[in-house]
Every structure is written in structure tokens, then in C-alpha cells.
Design a protein around this ligand. Structure first.
Ligand code: M6R
Length: 606
């Protein structure tokens, strides 16, 4: 979604802003812009509809040495993608970039008759509102503060003014901001990746906080203007993690690096010899773990499907606990009973997803303990949960989530194992699943070494279709849902996942030459029943791609037979095959694989 970068220092700001915006491109956007000022308030503004590379071309032709500036990538919410709607927005002497949504922008706009609006955005309304408070007696800081008191909605903002050109004012409510601290320079961003290579010291703003950033100093305040002490934290600045490292796309790189990223998830946590799991950071006592009666897992998209798949394993590990998995955007609006001694797993790669964050706050207010299953270190969800398991998959740049899924499922399984050990349940299963977790990274490596070319060949055959059905039973059912999501988001093929047993209750009516079907058949896991479901599709002229770990006779148009030592965790492995399949279909269709149309990486609006 939208991205913010701000810079104040001695170097030309435009290059730093554009480089920072490039690192935020993965979040998804449709227009971009920057404004720079010099110490006397001289202004240079560049805005484009389209890619940050165009901004780069524009600034290359300008001899702009201005050393203060703010920049933005916009993902349209109010008003179409256009130069007029791109940020920064101007009102009087001020310029504003904004992430989030001003919900009462219509009411505010009606009160701002003096401003001549040139865009359709809620952000310009906020700029005009700040400007309405910005008279001779009021500082930029106070004008921003007073304006924000009238706002209903969410914001992460950065504001500069030609009248006070030696500071950036920033504020956050519901939309992340991080301030990187340098030597006589400071840099602001909505995502730590924009700071990579620049500084490793930063202050994360909390909701309801503002900051005044000068070259020499960063001061943090609450929205009433009282100064507070910001906590300086060390951030990971591994630039390699946000580069393609020779791969054609981030998506392929992230699929291929799963053996290492999963190892990072498991490292120091599982003991393959003793068949045990140890998790630090849960902040739950042994007594708490023993008393849990109910586990609710919430997340969106792939994170939700990771929760759904993990729930099958948790149910085996914790036979005396009820397990519920809910889409975060629904949880808050559906009346539901949260039993005493509930624990909520809040699953999110970015740790910033608005629906998931809202759920976390709701669940906390209802007294349940919350455990984050989060990838992005320092993200809002990671900071607000009672305890957590960082999944340590490293930055995921491609909008389509791959390595995060694998690590999230594994992290939740480790939590289930750790609870089962404390409660002394499912001892045999604990032993088997820990042994499989320990070999899973190597099994993924073998799959990636051995089967990618074969999967690519199969994918090329199915790239022409516009419709797809994914199906599987038991643990292969959530895997089918995830496979279909991956395919639809990067190939734009209309793909849906079903429980294989459900096909005859409706979806079978769809089967014809416009469709292909992906069926996952797992040895020892309702295999014969799934084969029957597959036959029902074959009998109706289906174009089936079967993925299996079985040697059994299977009839399908295409078959991928994966040899593996896994028995329980096969769906996680075979999901990697689904990821490769979706990737090559998207490549064959010449789509923007890393930044699919209409989507954003970090969905910070509800
Ligand atoms: O950052 P999160 O894990 O909270 O994101 C949740 C979903 O937006 C995300 O998984 C989305 O569905 C992906 N694009 C799927 O590949």
C-alpha cells in the first residue's frame, strides 16, 4: 500500500527519497511523488502516474540540491490513479504526504471553502485543514496537531512547510512510521526497508504520537504536544534481503530461499534429537499453557490459510482444546463467544494488516492472551501482542506471500508442540511431527532441486486457461485454498479452492474445457476417497493436474509425483510445488509477477 519517505540532512534529498520509494515499491502503488525544499524554502515538486523509475528519470535531469523532502507512493483509495491525485498535496505553504484514510473528509471538506481543491483525495482535505490552522501565530507543529484532533480515521503523515523549511513534522495513528537516526541527518519511512543501508538506529512511532524532525534532532510528542521519550532500537539492515540476487523476480527468489528461511524459523527452537520444542517470547507461564481451553487463530489471505492448515495439526496435538480459525475482517463483526482461558494467534507477515490489527485490539480488550505469529520485526502487531513467535523468514518483497506461509504454518506447529509437551498430550504425534519439522527444510530443498523444471513444463500447458479449481481433503483442503489464492493473484486466472468432497455438491457443474483442476493426493490421508473425487472430475472431461507423494495408480492429464520422506507435513512441501506452478503460469502470461495489478503488500486500510 502507500509508502512514505522523508529526509532532512545535508545531501540532495531527491535521490534519497526516490531510492527509498523504490524499496517501498513492493508494497504496491499506482502513482508517486516527491517535494524537496532548500533552507530558504525554495521548492521542487515531481509527481508521476506510474512507476518510481519515471521519477528517477525526471530528477536525473534536474540539478536539485535541496536537502529536505518528503515522498510518497500512492495506492488509490479516494480518486483514480493520476498526477493530480498523487501526493504530496499542497495547501498554502505546506506540503503533505499521507497513508491511511480520513473517514470524515467530506464533512471537513465542507468546512474548508477557502481552499481550491485540485484532487479527489482525502489527503488534500487534510492538507487544507492543517493550512487552515497555520496562521502567523501558529507553528507548523501546532497546526498539524490541531488539525489531527479533528480527524476521524487513520494516518501516517509527513508535512513540510516553506515557512519553516528546516523541519519535518510527522504523526501516526494506525499507519506505521519509523524514524531512522543518522549523523546530522534523519530519515523517515513507513517501512524499515526504506532505511536499509542508511542507518541501523531507529525510533518506531506509536499510535497517537508525533515527531518534530530536524537535521540534528528528533523529538517525540503525544497529540496534545507533551514531549515523550522515544525508544531507540537497532534495526536489521541486511540489504541483500531486499534484492533479487540474480533471480528474475522476487517471487522466484522467495520461493527458492525457503529451505534457508524455514531453517531460520526453526533454528534454536526445535531439538531434533530430543524431539522437543522451546519457544522464548511467548510470555505465557507453564500454568497459562496448561490452562488454555480455546485457541482462536486470526489472519487475512495467506496468513488465514496458514492458520487453517496449522489448525489441523493443533487439533491433533491438543485434543482437549477447541481450535477456531477466523478471517480477521469478519471476526470483529460476528458475535462470538470467547471462552475463558482463550489464546489468540495473530498471524501476519507484515504485522501491519489493518483488519488483523483491529482484531488483535478487540481480542485483547476481551481479556484473551494474544500471541503474534509475525514476520516483520518491530511491526505494530509484533509490538502490541502479549507474546509472540517471530517467524524470521526475512523481508518478503513480492506481493504474493510464499515463504511467509511455510514459516507461519511451521511456527504455529511449534507452538502446538510446545503446548502439547507442557500438557503431556499426543506424545507419539509430538515425536513424529518434530522429526518431520526437522527435515522439512531439506525436503523443500530436494523438491526445488529436482522438480522445478518439470513443474514449469506442466505450468506452460495450463497457462491458456481462464478458470481453475483446486481441491484436496483434510490438510490438502486449506492447501488447495492457498494454491488457488496464489494462482489467482499473480496469473489473474479465476481460481477457487474446494474441499474435494464438496465438488459433487455444486462445483462439479463447472467442469468443462474452460477449466483445469489441480488435485492434491496425499498418501495415508484419505487418498482413496480423493482418487474417487478425481475420477468424478475425469469422468466429466476435466483437465486435471495431480500433485501427489503416492506411487499408487492415478489417472490425470498431468501428474507430479514427489518423492519425500514426509508423511504428516507433506502439504507444506507440496504447497511449494503449487507456488512454483503459479509462478510459471504468471510468467507465461507475461504478468507483473511481483506487483500484481490492484494489490498491495501491506494492507493498512480496512
Ligand atoms: O501481511 P499479512 O500477512 O497480514 O497479509 C495478509 C494478506 O494480505 C496476504 O497474505 C495476502 O493475501 C497475500 N497477497 C497473499 O499472497
Amino acid at each position: 500500500m502507500c509508502g512514505i519517505v522523508g529526509y532532512i540532512g545535508k545531501k540532495p534529498a531527491n535521490k534519497i527519497l526516490v531510492d527509498g520509494l523504490k524499496r517501498l515499491e513492493y508494497r504496491g502503488y499506482d502513482s508517486a511523488g516527491i517535494v524537496t525544499l532548500d533552507e530558504n524554502g525554495e521548492v521542487k515538486i515531481n509527481k508521476v502516474k506510474g512507476k518510481v523509475a519515471q521519477l528517477d528519470d525526471e530528477i536525473a535531469e534536474q540539478a536539485d540540491k535541496n536537502s529536505i523532502g518528503i515522498g510518497h507512493t500512492r495506492w488509490a483509495t479516494h480518486g483514480e490513479p493520476s498526477v493530480a491525485n498523487a501526493h504530496p498535496h499542497k495547501a498554502g505553504e505546506i506540503f503533505l504526504v499521507h497513508n491511511g484514510i480520513i473517514e470524515n473528509y467530506k464533512e471537513l471538506k465542507a468546512e474548508l471553502a477557502d481552499h481550491k481543491f485540485v484532487s479527489d483525495t482525502d489527503t488534500e482535505v487534510l492538507a487544507a485543514l492543517i493550512n487552515s490552522f497555520y496562521d502567523e501565530k501558529t507553528s507548523l507543529f501546532d497546526a498539524v496537531r490541531l488539525a489531527l484532533k479533528k480527524v476521524v480515521g487513520t494516518f501516517g503523515i509527513a508535512v513540510v512547510s516553506t515557512r519553516e523549511p528546516n523541519e519535518i513534522i510527522t504523526a501516526r495513528l494506525g499507519s506505521p512510521l519509523i524514524i531512522g537516526l543518522g549523523d546530522n541527518e534523519n530519515i523517515l519511512a513507513s517501512d524499515a526497508s526504506a532505511l536499509f543501508g542508511l542507518t541501523d538506529k531507529a525510533i518506531y512511532l506509536n499510535d497517537g504520537e508525533m515527531a518534530k524532525i530536524t537535521r540534528e534532532d528528533v523529538k517525540i510528542y503525544d497529540l496534545n504536544g507533551s514531549e515523550i521519550v522515544g525508544k531507540i532500537e537497532k534495526i536489521d539492515t541486511n540489504l541483500a534481503a531486499i534484492q533479487k540476487n540474480g533471480y528474475a523476480h522476487f517471487l522466484l527468489k522467495e520461493i527458492m530461499e525457503q529451505p534457508e528461511t524455514l531453517n531460520a524459523t526453526l533454528r534454536g527452537r526445535i531439538d531434533a534429537m530430543k524431539k522437543t520444542v522451546k519457544l522464548g517470547g511467548l510470555n505465557l507461564s507453564e500454568k497459562d499453557l496448561k490452562n488454555v481451553q480455546h485457541v482462536v487463530i486470526v489472519g487475512c489471505g495467506t496468513a488465514y490459510y496458514a492458520g487453517l492448515l496449522a489448525s489441523y495439526y493443533l487439533a491433533e496435538l491438543l485434543p482437549d482444546v477447541t481450535i477456531e480459525v477466523v478471517v480477521a475482517s469478519e471476526f470483529r463483526y460476528k458475535k462470538s463467544f470467547l471462552p475463558k482461558n482463550s489464546v489468540a494467534l495473530i498471524v501476519s507477515q507484515s504485522g501491519e494488516t489493518a483488519d488483523t490489527l483491529a482484531c488483535l485490539r478487540e481480542i485483547k480488550s476481551r481479556g484473551a492472551k494474544t500471541i503474534g505469529v509475525v514476520n516483520a520485526v518491530g511491526s505494530t502487531i509484533a509490538r502490541e501482542v502479549d507474546g509472540g513467535i517471530y517467524v524470521h523468514a526475512g523481508p518478503e518483497i513480492s506481493v504474493a506471500s510464499t515463504k511467509a506461509f511455510t514459516s507461519q504454518v511451521s511456527a504455529m506447529i511449534m507452538l502446538g508442540v510446545s503446548m502439547a509437551q507442557t500438557r503431556e498430550t499426543a506424545e507419539d504425534f509430538v515425536e513424529k511431527i518434530v522429526a518431520e519439522l526437522a527435515i522439512l527444510p531439506d525436503e523443500i530443498k530436494k523438491l526445488l532441486n529436482k522438480y522445478v523444471a518439470e513443474i514449469e513444463k506442466i505450468a506452460t500447458k495450463y497457462a491458456k486457461y481462464e478458470h481453475a479449481i483446486y481441491m484436496g481433503r483434510d490438510t490438502a483442503f486449506p492447501t488447495a485454498l492457498e494454491g488457488a489464492l496464489k494462482l489467482k493473484e499473480i496469473s489473474y486466472i479465476d481460481a477457487n479452492g474446494y474441499a474435494a468432497g464438496e465438488l459433487k455438491h455444486g462445483p462439479l457443474a463447472l467442469v468443462d474445457d474452460r477449466f483445469f483442476e489441480v488435485v492434491m493426493l496425499l498418501e495415508g490421508n484419505l487418498l482413496d476417497k480423493t482418487i474417487s473425487n478425481l475420477s468424478e472430475v475425469n469422468a466429466r472431461g476435466g483437465h486435471v493436474f495431480a500433485i501427489t507423494n503416492s506411487d499408487k495408480e492415478i489417472t490425470a492429464e498431468s501428474i507430479l509425483r514427489v518423492k519425500t520422506d514426509l508423511k504428516i507435513l507433506t502439504p507444506i512441501l507440496l504447497n511449494v510445488a503449487q507456488q512454483v506452478f503459479a509462478y510459471y503460469i504468471a510468467v507465461a502470461r507475461e504478468n507483473d509477477v511481483d506487483q500484481p495489478r490492484n494489490l498491495a503488500k501491506s494492507v493498512t486500510v480496512e
